[in-house]
Design a protein around this ligand. Structure first.
Ligand SMILES: [Zn+2]
Length: 422
């Protein structure tokens, strides 16, 4: 569901040895950062051939919810890498993906240049820092810098504007946000009078999340909240049926002309609405009965609230946005050829081209801890029938009918939970 692009050519893929900095001592939070959050707004512009990034705004926001120990991204997943340096010292980094990068793989991007907004959040620096944005290079799998600038925290033009005054409802609280995964449900297409429905929908998703491993065993590592973002009209845009709704985040179906692909193309609309709330990850609940959703790593995931399959879409899309999991399917009509560069290892932890299988789940096979039908090598995944492999016949990243996530996905999710809880 993340890449519902029938028209697409391949997105960038990356050779990457996931290095887990388990023992290493990272930067000291209090030396470099205040307890606040800095929001960095970018414009990403370009086409299939090239992209450029421009800084469009800086804003001091509420408290930083992230771990103060996990400042350097140990995973390096995603199509972009955001890095912050104090002098020569790397003090913060985070990988992510964007809807713009997906759009760059569509046929349209060969004909026209477009611009998308994209926000990145980081802890607020105490002193001057240099921020860098890099893109994943498909040919090599590595990163290449596309933007950098200095940020002076005393800059008079860093906005301190008050955030929107929306109600925040705690759904589940297990502890300090720096040691928990803070998941924020955001209302989209709910009018003021429908917030009771939004809370009911959130609770349904929450209940479902904790029926499935590894979330079930890790329930106490989460805090969940609901943010009542008020829309003037209920629902969402369905352009292919000429249905247009005035909603807070301006979500719509038919993204890239694909009926069921529901997204929020304007990332700044999300950022503006959540600017007063500390969070680690977002899930946008869309007040709609149709089937649809999407999930973009470390940007956001969203799904409709009341389709029969909504909760299954939720846990699948959240797998993309939270844990960087790739789609394990390849036989559906959304499959396309050569999505991954078979010469490099994909960054997604649950897919492999066997170029660098050691960085994936080879250790799980070698350990003999799992039967072969649970952890093995199955050809087909990532929209490709050949050359890309998944670990188990079926998984929630493969179908909505799988009993659970495969052990490889479960481990990847667990590692992500550890990262936020350190
Ligand atoms: Zn899986």
């Amino acid at each position: 569901m993340r890449h519902l692009l029938q028209t697409a050519l391949a997105a960038a893929v990356l050779l990457l040895t996931a290095s887990f900095h388990t023992g290493a001592q990272g930067p000291d939070y209090d030396t470099y950062f205040t307890p606040d959050r800095l929001r960095v707004d970018f414009i990403l512009a370009g086409n299939a051939q090239e992209q450029h990034a421009y800084l469009s705004g800086l804003r001091k926001e509420c408290a930083w919810a992230g771990s103060r120990a996990s400042l350097i991204d140990p995973f390096r997943y995603g199509e972009y890498m955001f890095e912050v340096r104090s002098g020569d010292t790397l003090i913060y980094s985070k990988g992510f993906s964007t809807l713009f990068q997906e759009w760059r793989t569509t046929a349209e991007a060969r004909e026209v240049s477009k611009a998308y907004t994209q926000t990145v959040w980081m802890p607020f620096p105490k002193d001057d820092v240099r921020i860098t944005l890099s893109e994943r290079v498909k040919e090599t799998g590595g990163f290449r810098e596309i933007f950098s600038c200095n940020v002076d925290p005393a800059d008079a033009l860093i906005s301190h504007e008050a955030a929107p005054d929306y109600t925040v409802t705690p759904l589940l609280t297990y502890g300090d946000m720096e040691h928990k995964v803070d998941l924020l449900f955001v209302a989209e297409g709910y009018t003021e009078k429908e917030m009771y429905k939004f809370h009911r929908d959130c609770r349904r998703f929450m209940k479902y999340l904790f029926t499935m491993e590894p979330y079930k065993s890790r329930r106490r590592d989460f805090n969940l909240k609901a943010l009542d973002v008020v829309s003037r009209e209920r629902g969402t845009d369905i352009p292919n049926r000429d249905i247009w709704k005035n909603t807070a985040l301006n979500s719509h179906f038919h993204t890239f002309y694909i009926d069921r692909y529901l997204t929020v193309p304007d990332h700044k609309a999300i950022a503006d609405n959540v600017s007063g709330v500390p969070f680690d990850v977002l899930f946008i609940v869309v007040n709609e009965n149709e089937y649809g959703g999407g999930g973009i790593y470390n940007s956001y995931a969203l799904g409709t609230a009341r389709d029969r399959q909504s909760y299954k879409v939720f846990i699948h899309e959240f797998g993309h946005s939270f844990a960087g999991l790739g789609d394990e399917y390849y036989t559906s009509e959304v499959a396309y050829e050569n999505f991954y560069n078979l010469e490099t290892e994909p960054w997604e932890p649950n897919l492999t081209t066997l170029v660098d299988f050691d960085s994936k789940w080879k250790d799980m096979i070698d350990s003999g801890e799992w039967p072969e039908d649970q952890v093995g090598i199955h050809e087909g995944g990532g929209y490709m029938a050949k050359g890309v492999y998944r670990s188990r016949e079926d998984c929630r990243m493969h179908t909505n009918t799988a009993p659970d996530f495969c052990p490889v996905c479960q481990r990847a999710i667990s590692r992500m939970i550890d990262y936020y809880c350190k």
